[in-house]
Design a protein around this ligand. Structure first.
Ligand code: UDP
Length: 329
């Protein structure tokens, strides 16, 4: 394991959970974040360097000052809807950020990177579960920026020996079981937080986007993975690269799908409160069902998710209006 890792976007949702997992593994996470979406008070497990990845000199200075040995790259704009409305901002930030980061890594002689990719790079898959060798045909600018970043990593591998693990996340959800990190998006657009807020009476009713999908209950199916499971997978990915592992792309999900109505039922069971809902038309760009084939992450990283949907809901609940819910063991 590297002693010190530069974590871009370490002030964000998945990044902050990953910093905790790194610290638990004995590694110092140095967060590099422009705080455009992240929160300074989420950086608790190592130093914070405030800066923008498009500023190559600033990234290089941070790598050198902290003697970073590897990089985990989370920092990105990550709202699908916003990416459709403001595509240039997504290309500028997500591709510009990767260009600055790779330039700095090359100049510093660093050759190991773990990258936050997304199941959004697959677009609408023609079969399920989704495996890594299926075609990548993203259907929105966000997914396209993640796919181009994967290409940049591969090209850098050929050109100057960079080795990467691209982790294609499915739906990250939940919060640190000890309550030390959580999810704070503004605006919040994800179904699980919005349904929890609806149940607490702090938000309006949950708008269910589409009840006429070709799924058993008519609502969309997604693969929700606990953010702490995701965080642990990053530590394993770093270890894999430190052990001379070859570049690879891996799905990170649970392999199990849950429909929007199943999420709602689980929230009602865990919180003991009703989730008021409004049934609305489909949201543009939503595939009916997405869930991962996770065999490759199991084989390459020996990774298996520990937590299921119940635990995801219990750990997220205190962050969204249910301070009385205590997560179980
Ligand atoms: N969804 C919903 N109501 C909401 C937000 C999301 O019904 O207010 C649905 C959405 O259509 C999708 C699923 O919940 O099928 C997960 O959406 P989310 O935005 O949480 O994640 P995504 O899969 O888009 O990354």
């Amino acid at each position: 394991m590297p002693k010190t890792v530069l974590v871009t976007g370490g002030a964000g949702y998945i990044g902050s959970h990953c910093c905790k997992a790194l610290a638990e593994a004995g590694c110092i996470p140095v967060t590099f974040d422009n705080l455009s979406r992240g929160h300074a008070d989420a950086v608790k497990w190592g130093p914070l360097v405030r800066g923008d990845l498009r500023d190559r000199a600033a990234v290089l200075a941070a790598l050198r000052a902290h003697r970073a040995e590897a990089v985990i790259h989370f920092a990105a704009l990550a709202y699908v809807g916003e990416s459709v409305a403001e595509p240039q901002a997504y290309y500028d930030n997500n591709l510009g950020g990767m260009i600055g980061l790779l330039g700095a890594m090359q100049a510093a002689g660093l050759t190991q990177i773990v990258f936050s990719s997304s199941c959004a790079t697959y677009g609408t898959p023609d079969r399920l579960p989704i495996s890594e060798d299926m075609p990548q045909a993203p259907i929105n600018p966000y997914g396209r920026t993640k796919l181009v970043c994967e290409w940049m990593l591969r090209d850098a591998g050929v050109a100057w020996g960079l080795r990467h693990v691209a982790l294609r996340y499915f739906n990250a959800a939940g919060a640190d079981p000890a309550g030390e990190a959580g999810e704070r998006h503004d605006p919040e657009t994800h179904v699980l937080p919005l349904a929890l807020l609806a149940a607490s009476g702090k938000g309006g009713p949950l708008r269910i986007f589409g009840t006429d999908y070709p799924t058993p209950d008519g609502t969309c199916i997604r693969d929700y993975i606990h953010v702490t499971d995701l965080a642990r997978a990053h530590v394993r990915a770093l270890d894999y690269l430190a052990g001379a592992g070859e570049s690879v792309a891996l799905n990170l999900g649970t392999g199990q799908g849950a429909s929007v109505r199943e999420v709602v039922s689980m929230i009602e069971r865990v919180t003991g409160r009703a989730v008021p809902v409004l049934e609305e038309p489909r949201r543009p760009g939503d595939p009916a069902a997405l869930y991962a084939d996770i065999a490759r992450a199991g084989a390459v990283l020996d990774f298996r998710p520990e937590f299921g949907l119940e635990r995801i809901v219990a750990d997220a609940a205190p962050w969204f209006g249910h301070g009385d819910i205590k997560a179980g063991p």
